[in-house]
Design a protein. Sequence first.
Length: 275
Amino acid sequence: MDLVLAAADEHILTPYVYPSSWPEGEPFRQLLSLFVITNLGALALYLLFGTLSYYFIFDHELKKHPQFLENQVRREITYALRSLPWISVPTVALFFAEVRGYSKLYDNIQDSPYGWSGVFLSMLSFLFFTDMGIYWIHRGLHHKLFYKRFHKPHHVWKIATPFASHAFHPVDGFMQSLPYHIYPFLFPLHKVTYLGLYIFVNVWTISIHDGDYRVPRLLRHIINGSAHHTDHHLYFDYNYGQYFTLWDKIGGSYKSPTAFEGKGPHDYLRKLREK
């Protein structure tokens, strides 16, 4: 995040926003800047990719499903916009620690112990580490001690749209993002790679709520896609994973998506039309 902060300081904040007497490295200024940048960035990612997904990928026929709520899209967006600033508060604290040099993020490829191969390996490691972390955090949020208070608001959306992707209770949203932020404090990671992965995980979160159940046949039981996550919303105790089905299979919570078996939401709508 220090790359983004440095660019914002150079091109916007120092020349146009802050007084020249306020040093760029002053902690409170960094915290304030990070709070604004994080919120604007999250808002841009959510609205841009959510809107593109909603209009160009999401099947609007799903809005005819009996479990699609009245004014659901507006409610999803409103809930997300109210939650994102609160989610950003602890997120900014972690970004601040990164900026102050407490993480293992590095600037140059030559700083990687294994060069370019280390960069590619770190990308795979990031995906598998965060998939594991999110699985157990997500599953924990389904425990009766936490579900009603923190995770149930996200399960209001039985037939989700891309705008449901960030419509979480703030505690829920931050907890499920925590593995992304913990990783660079534990393992070396290139700064630009980290930014790219951060954008990717936000887009992926939108994609598993987009109602497009198509997955290459060979990957149907490997990749955790929209079909898997739709069944999670519908049937509650299955498919907690983020990118892969690995941990669901290890944890005994994997369910073959009903959409692949002719029993999904589209099939239900087809049967309703036939009646």
